[in-house]
Design a protein around this ligand. Structure first.
Ligand SMILES: [Ca+2]
Ligand SMILES: [Ca+2]
Ligand SMILES: [Ca+2]
Length: 170
């Protein structure tokens, strides 16, 4: 699991380098602005995610929160979240979020069988619970999703045709 995250971070940094060095050749200031803007967008998106993830507002992301979200996304109630269900719910009225939604789907589909089940979420929860306390708090959640969302927004900025998708079909 850690390997996957490291890989994501490596992809992220390898994408970020050409992005900053080629897009703005003569002004380090605007590179800094672009990076600051990206960081700000990511911070906002992660804050929104946290708000919707901590469904009972107790400052922790627990199994009970995950069940509430699972039920919400499992539109036809068959205990499986398909890609269509996930993207339809996440990018509802926001087609510009479709790439992000696809990337998040792949993040949650830990065993890469094209559906999200409770089994995936158990695995995913262990990934986020970096101190292994069986409890995901806001700092753990924020750290995890800041990494994931930064990667996804960089991919989206680069045209949306994601290396993540390629990995998934391999
Ligand atoms: Ca909670
Ligand atoms: Ca379903
Ligand atoms: Ca799965």
């Amino acid at each position: 699991m850690i390997k996957v995250l490291c890989l994501a971070l490596m992809v992220c940094s390898s994408l970020a380098v050409p992005l900053t060095s080629t897009s703005v050749p003569h002004s380090t200031m605007s590179v800094q602005n672009a990076v600051a803007k990206l960081q700000q967008i990511v911070r906002q998106e992660v804050a929104v995610l946290w708000q919707s993830a901590d469904t009972n507002k107790d400052g922790k992301f627990t199994a009970s929160d995950m069940n509430v979200i699972f039920t919400d996304y499992d539109h036809d109630n068959d205990s499986v979240i398909t890609k269509a269900e996930f993207i339809g719910r996440f990018a509802h009225n926001q087609p510009e979020m479709k790439t992000i939604a696809q990337g998040l789907f792949l993040t949650f589909d830990v065993n890469r069988d094209d559906t999200i089940t409770h089994h995936d979420l158990d695995l995913f929860y262990q990934r986020m619970d970096t101190d292994h306390s069986n409890n995901v708090n806001q700092p753990e959640f924020t750290k995890y999703f800041t990494e994931v969302m930064t990667l996804l927004f960089v991919i989206q900025l680069q045209g949306g045709n994601t290396p993540v998708t390629t990995t998934a079909s391999a």
